[in-house]
Design a protein around this ligand. Structure first.
Ligand code: RIB
Length: 315
């Protein structure tokens, strides 16, 4: 284990996004625009957030062989992310997502088709093994095929990495998976689906978080949007407040920004609480810009932001 190396497995999809005065109601057609087309996917967004925040990232994803795949490859070249574990499928298309964003609030609704990144093979997962020998932290989500998620978590756990799982898009999973997860980072909706506890206040968040702990997770971080993150271990339970920004432009990808930032901070050796604050700063900065991956802040922006709030001693 060494340095600040972080291994991530997850989705890449192309985001087709449009802003409108309100999110349409069922059966309604409304005006909006313009259409923007850019890199997205929860895994890839988290990878870009981590890379810009200063992590030494190794990323595994899967694309098709089409124009959308070119968006991914160009993004990784521009960001300085290695394509060694960016695989391409001959038959499935690169994933895509339709995103609607409400002007004013920045709130969103998304439909995603994961495409080729639901075809990650056992051999592709196994190719991460040498990378994991050099890393201390592993991060994944639920936007790729779940058999690959199980395999990669077993491998990371066996190799002694700290495993972080952002269970999004949320889906029911066998509870045995929690034995493979050190830190889980659902938002309130995802926490409710996974635990059955509707989260309306801090007591509900603590009850949901305690269910994750009883299933084998060491730390549950329930993200609560601008309110911050509910932090819960067997020893400690508290709300770590988020940051307020002057103008929220687009909240899409804010959870990804938090996860990428948090994992980077853990890989750097920050305490759990410092890492949450760092992740909150990355999330807050991401909502001040349009888009997902393109909205991720640089380390310089994050450090400047934290210095302004004087919450973590930064260089
Ligand atoms: O978390 C935001 C992401 O979810 C978007 O980039 C979209 O691609 C979906 O995967």
């Amino acid at each position: 284990m060494g340095g600040n190396k972080l291994v991530i497995m997850g989705s890449f999809v192309v985001d087709l996004a449009m802003k409108s005065p309100a999110l349409p109601r069922r059966g309604e057609t409304i005006f909006g625009g313009p259409l923007t087309v850019g890199p997205g996917g929860k895994g890839s967004n988290q990878c870009i957030a981590a890379k810009r925040a200063g992590a030494d990232v190794c990323f595994l994803t899967k694309l098709g062989r089409d124009q959308f795949a070119e968006v991914a490859l160009k993004t990784y070249i521009d960001e300085g992310i290695s394509c060694t574990h960016v695989y391409q499928d001959e038959t499935h298309e690169t994933g895509s997502a339709l995103i609607m964003v409400e002007n004013g609030t920045g709130e969103n609704a998304i439909v995603v088709s994961s495409g080729a990144c639901t075809c990650i093979t056992p051999d592709e997962v196994a190719s991460l093994k040498p990378e994991m020998t050099e890393a201390g932290v592993f991060l994944t989500q639920f936007e790729t095929n779940m058999d690959a998620v199980w395999q990669v978590l077993r491998m990371a756990k066996e190799m002694g990495l700290k495993t972080i799982v952002n269970p999004a898009p949320v889906q029911q999973v066998d509870h045995a998976i929690y034995q493979l997860i050190d830190i889980i980072t659902p938002n309130e909706t995802e926490a409710e689906v996974l635990t059955g506890v509707a989260i309306r206040n801090e007591a509900d968040a603590a009850a949901a978080a305690e269910i994750f702990i009883s299933r084998g997770v060491q730390l549950a971080l329930i993200t609560l949007g601008e309110k911050g993150v509910f932090f819960h271990t067997s020893q400690d339970s508290k709300l770590i407040p988020g940051f307020t920004v002057e103008m929220v432009v687009d909240t899409t990808g804010a959870g990804d920004a938090f996860n990428g930032g948090f994992a980077t901070a853990i890989a750097e050796g920050m305490t759990l609480e410092e890492a949450v604050i760092f992740g909150n700063a990355v999330g807050a900065l991401s909502v001040t810009k349009n888009g997902t991956a393109p909205a991720m802040p640089t380390r310089e922006e994050i450090d400047r932001f934290l210095r302004r709030y004087r919450v973590i001693p930064v260089s």
